[in-house]
Design a protein around this ligand. Sequence first.
Ligand code: SF4
Ligand code: SF4
Length: 359
Amino acid sequence: MSLYILPKERLPGFVDNLRAGFRVVGPVRTETGYAFADIRSADELVLEYPTTILPPKKYLLPQRETLFTFRTGNAEDGTQQIEVEPVFQDVQPTVIFGVHTCDMHGIVLYDKVFSQGYKDEHYCARREQTYIIGIECLRPCDDASFCKDMGTLTAPPVYDLHMTAVDDNYLIDTGTEKGERLLLANVEAHLATTDDIRRLSQTLSAKWPHFRHRLKMTKDQIPSLMAINYGSHIWDTLGERCLACGSCTNVCPTCFCFDVQDEMALNMEEGERTRIWDSCQLREFALVAGGHNFRGSKASRVRHRMMRKGKYIQQVHGITGCTGCGRCQRACLVDITIPGTLNALYDEMQIDLSSATGA
Ligand code: SF4
Ligand code: SF4
């Protein structure tokens, strides 16, 4: 793939040209923070944003979507029939502009989850029409970020275009051929020179000291830490604090659990099947037939979320279940955080070890 240089002054023209053929979404300023939203004019797009309330997953897995409609009735011979019509909502050529590297890692996970094994046609239909334009993070979003610990501070190969601000220009890496075509068809950009590449390299090297480590262990140690601490008393402590509100999972770029509901029309002959985001932190999530709840306590639900982030997803999909974006920390009213929990488990192990050795 190639590296292009685009003067920053040409960005508005690029965005406006894209809008002629695509739904363009990207980070905008709102009263409550930054959020991914439809870009109606290029000056709404804010590329130097700290983080957004929700990650861009909402464009790939909407909060609520109709999967199919159905109609029941009787055939001429009296047998009952049901007609089913698939529905593909929000499937349109879309450019997601300004995706941070951590959120790209979230999309890598989503692509695996929804396209491997049982293929989710609805997700894949939207994904095939989606272009990802990333923006390199040169500063941490805020103190809640721990992307450096989780190895998500560099872009994974999921982007079509990836931009890095260098002085008055963007250096744009083309990750796919369709991304390169998208760029060249919509703005005048030139191949980067050796000097541009040197300045890009300097910019990328200079960013690392601005990001700090928050974890006391390495990313690779986390799955074992979780396994050893399955029976820790820390889960009870966190369970007592947790409000079971589900905010942490809603804002998470790697949470993908959903509920499926059938809704009948008043005529009781037709209806639709919808799926909506769900949260393992809600009491009803594990409620099954007969009234049994296999994760009835908040302690067991907090543990389950932490286990997914630190161990289960890594085991099943081979990639991190937490991008270190920090959104769950910002959303949690009782300050239950991933670094706080992992560090507490780690400290607990040091205490156990020292009492066992008499140190
Ligand atoms: S668990 Fe928290 S920090 Fe990790 S990806 Fe989800 S929201 Fe971000
Ligand atoms: S946001 Fe905090 S209080 Fe709410 S469910 Fe998550 S951990 Fe519990």
